[in-house]
Write a protein that binds this ligand. Structure first.
Ligand code: SDX
Length: 435
């Protein structure tokens, strides 16, 4: 924090008002305008929050110009290659990487909470088998709050910690259940002798009919996908979780709100939309048709977007996209799919786009969703489940951000105001007299 200030002058002769400027560890300073309305009777106006810092956070930092992503100060490149997902969960939740003892404790706590109440399976039966997994997940995650009355008080640190472990532990089980339900296979229970990612792969792909041994390269890739999606500052779904929790509702309900928001194709739903885009181009003729597709993207009369490209914050390469592309190579090579036509198409499309002025001038680069679909498809995860996997991974980030908000002395219920441009006050004319 510094003693810098800025002053707002008004052309109508209203008195000038001075505001403090706050400085963080790194990144843009902020103008503390909390007193603005009280001093001027005016609001700021910032739809989409392009110039608004909604909170003071210590968790994640993005430098969009440099293409840098830090979780609690550690570069994503180092975390994704030197840690596993539960170590990153410890970092995000508690502020630092775990010691071996802390790591073993967290692994043990999570694995022992990975089963869900047997009643949960009856919620699934209410859905059609072809229900979108995100519709199922929105319902199941919210329903968890009905099973754990001992961990729904948001203002009790111990209950918040238990609900955090329960959510991190049960999301893989619920996502796998949503998948098994969609294919009509029996649910597979988690095993206490398996790691987090291996357990998820087992619950997804094993059946009671034979032993299942996950491929270690694919398990590592799955774990890395979780790490890359774990948190990302105040994105739409995280802001939704913060806003929802600010009313004091329970953690499960707040995370369910985040799941619902993530579903959108402009946000977490982009990985599913990106793979479907690649399928469409492939069906139209593949690499030979990229030029026509790009022309449609540039056509202002079309609503076609290059899914998996562009980002509100990154105006350079999303570092997660680079790591995801490397993971793509590893997985496709391991599976002998290095000639995978979709991967070749995606790389050709990326090469053309990043050299095309339309994208260069708008600073549109691949984001985390561009390659994640190809990796997940190669691992065997169905396209419709991609965003549910994203929600699984982002749950720890949502919880860490929720906890930070609840313990922030400056926290209050979120209640933005507006610029009103509707009808001025008027009286009701009785129905019989209306023209
Ligand atoms: C995620 O916020 C996060 O951190 C999100 C996320 C996370 O980890 O939580 O990173 C995860 O959501 C990644 C983003 C996934 N979404 C997509 O890949 C969908 C495609 N991308 C776009 O919808 C868009 O880029 C957004 C939504 C990501 C960002 O939108 P902005 O910041 O509001 O930018 P914009 O829509 O105002 O675009 C600026 C210009 C516009 O052109 P002009 O009006 O200036 O001529 O760029 C164009 C847009 O039309 N543009 C695109 C484009 N993205 C932006 N044109 C074609 N294809 C695209 N993908």
């Amino acid at each position: 924090m510094t003693d810098q200030t800025t002053t707002l002058d008004f052309s109508d002769g209203s008195p000038a008002v001075t505001f403090p400027i706050l400085t963080g560890t790194v990144g843009p300073e902020v103008i503390d305008i909390r007193a603005l309305y009280g001093k001027t009777g005016r609001f700021t106006y910032d739809p989409g929050f392009l110039s608004t810092a909604s909170c003071n956070s210590k968790i994640t930092f993005i430098d969009g110009d440099k293409g840098e992503l830090l979780y609690r100060g550690y570069p994503i490149e180092e975390l994704a290659t030197r840690c596993d997902f539960l170590e990153v969960c410890h970092l995000l939740l508690y502020g630092d990487l775990p010691t071996p003892a802390q790591n073993a404790d967290l692994q043990s706590r999570v694995i022992k909470h990975s089963m869900v109440n047997e009643q949960m399976q009856f919620f699934l039966r209410g859905f059609r088998r072809d229900a979108h997994p995100m519709a199922v997940m929105t319902g199941l995650v919210g329903a968890l709050s009905a099973f754990y009355p001992d961990s729904i008080n948001l203002h009790d640190a111990h209950q918040r910690d238990i609900s955090a472990i329960r959510l991190i532990a049960k999301m893989p089980t619920l996502v796998a259940m949503a998948y098994k339900y969609s294919v009509g296979q029996p649910y597979m229970y988690p095993r206490n002798d398996q790691g987090y990612a291996a357990n998820f792969m087992r619950m997804m792909f094993a059946t009671p009919c034979e032993d299942y041994k996950p491929n270690e390269v694919l398990v590592r890739a799955m774990d890395r996908i979780f790490i890359l999606h774990a948190d990302h500052e105040q994105n739409a779904s995280t802001s939704t979780v913060r806003m929802c929790a600010s009313s004091g509702t329970n953690p499960f309900a707040a995370i369910a709100a985040g799941v619902a928001c993530l579903w959108g194709p402009a946000h977490g739903g982009a990985n599913e939309a990106c793979l479907n885009m690649l399928y469409d181009i492939e069906r139209e003729g593949g690499i030979a048709k990229i030029g026509e597709f790009i022309a449609r993207v540039k056509d202002k009369n079309s609503t076609v977007k290059l899914m998996g490209f562009g980002h509100r914050v990154y105006k350079n390469y999303d570092p997660r996209a680079k790591l995801m592309r490397e993971t793509c190579h590893e997985v496709l090579s391991e599976l002998g799919l290095h000639d995978d036509p979709l991967f070749k198409l995606a790389m050709a499309l990326e090469k053309i786009a990043v050299e095309d002025d339309y994208f260069v001038s708008r600073k549109l680069y691949p984001n985390v969703d561009y390659y994640s679909g190809i990796v997940q498809k190669a691992i065997g995860i169905p396209v419709s489940l991609f965003t549910a996997v994203f929600a699984l991974a982002r749950t720890v980030g949502w919880i860490a951000q929720l906890n930070e908000m609840i313990t922030d002395p400056e926290y209050r219920i979120g209640r933005p105001r507006q610029l009103y441009s509707g009808a001025a006050r008027r009286s009701v004319i009785p129905l019989a007299q209306r023209a």
